[in-house]
Design a protein around this ligand. Structure first.
Ligand SMILES: [Fe+2]
Length: 361
């Protein structure tokens, strides 16, 4: 059996603990894939899961078929096996090492962790006793620091798009490639910093546009009120009203996931001085609604990155933000209002034009 420090397959692979197989962390794998000598990527999942998300340039040999297809695998190149969350990949690596493949490691945390911390372009999905039953895709736009989301029920092939940006080609590609039907386009709020894509996406797909009942939108739309739920397949998008960043702000929940728009960002929250925001309302939305959610609730914001003076992470949790978020660290309403009204950079020059356009289109 080839485990142990003397047979470490690659300097990037984490040394195995006794009896364990070598692991590679998601960011280390991403660096290797971007480098001159990328490893041989081996997806050991079944075809159903593979159809939902896979790493580009990989090879597919399901764990149950590995024994009969060892001849396809290289013996002189690092192999990184992956699956959804890591268990099958570790089994595969153990199997390979027992058969003399010296250069192999399992992706720590699997594709799910890779998507979460190393590459948000990779779709996430959940498994339960019934099998695969929820797909979540985070779609970043690096040039603007905006994040759009697709959530879908893979059994019924139907989903919703949240906060699409004005270039809708990536969303249409995602829908087409996955064979998805779009049940709804949802805006968390009227955006002041970027042009929204709801009109173009509606024109291309026919899916209705949903916004808060408080929205002054002038285009045809459906209205959402707190406590309501929007069905897609066997799933539902539950609506919380979280005014503050704007009066029409919604937070949308699917199971233990919250799409918080600009109400709660990672490390901060959205400013309240572009349009009709209110720091008092934001304080109430944060303390009376979002911070009442379980700490394990995953937080998916509408912005990330340096353009917005935010971290380059894409997902957090209510618990982590409760412990670390600068805005949430304000001790009381008065301090919070002061925090929200002092020290922010100048308003973007064209924000009122963007708001007008977003309300018309
Ligand atoms: Fe916003």
């Amino acid at each position: 059996m080839a485990t142990g420090a003397d047979t470490l397959p690659h300097p990037f692979f984490r040394p195995p603990r006794d009896g364990a197989v070598p692991l590679i962390a998601p960011r280390a794998l991403r660096d290797l894939l971007d480098g001159a000598a990328p490893p041989y990527l081996l997806d050991v999942r079944g075809a159903d899961e593979r159809a939902l998300a896979a790493l580009p340039g990989d090879h597919h040999v399901p764990l149950h078929a590995l024994a009969g297809r060892l001849g396809e695998l290289p013996r002189d190149r690092p192999i990184v096996a992956y699956d959804h969350v890591g268990a099958q990949a570790r089994e595969a690596v153990q199997y390979l090492q027992d058969r003399g493949f010296p250069f192999s490691a399992a992706l720590e945390g699997g594709l799910d962790e890779f998507a979460r911390v190393a590459d948000p372009d990779v779709a996430r999905y959940e498994l339960d006793d019934r099998g695969i039953d929820l797909v979540l895709r985070q779609i970043p736009r690096p040039e603007s620091g905006c994040l759009a989301y697709f959530v879908g029920d893979p059994d019924e092939k139907v989903g919703v798009m949240i906060d699409p940006g004005h270039d809708v080609a990536p969303y249409l590609g995602l829908l087409r490639d996955g064979g998805w039907r779009l049940a709804a386009i949802v805006e968390t709020h009227t955006h002041a910093d970027h042009l929204a894509g709801h009109a173009a996406l509606h024109a291309a797909t026919g899916a209705p546009i949903y916004v808060s009942h408080r929205s002054p939108a002038q285009y045809p739309h459906e209205r959402l009120t707190g406590g309501e739920a929007l069905d897609f397949g066997r799933e539902e998008l539950r609506v919380l009203e979280t005014p503050g960043h704007t009066r029409d702000h919604l937070t949308l929940r699917v199971r233990a996931t919250a799409f918080t728009g600009d109400t709660l960002l990672l490390g901060s929250c959205g400013r309240t001085d572009l349009g009709d925001g209110s720091p008092d309302l934001l304080w109430e939305s944060l303390t009376e609604q979002l911070l009442k959610l379980p700490d394990s609730t995953e937080v998916y914001p509408a912005h990330y990155g340096s353009r917005h003076a935010l971290v380059e992470r894409y997902v957090s949790s209510i618990g982590f933000e409760r412990a670390t978020n600068e805005a949430l660290a304000q001790p009381d309403r008065r301090a919070f209002v002061q925090y929200m009204t002092e020290g922010w950079p100048p308003k973007p020059a064209d924000f009122d034009r963007i708001v007008r356009t977003n309300l018309e289109g």
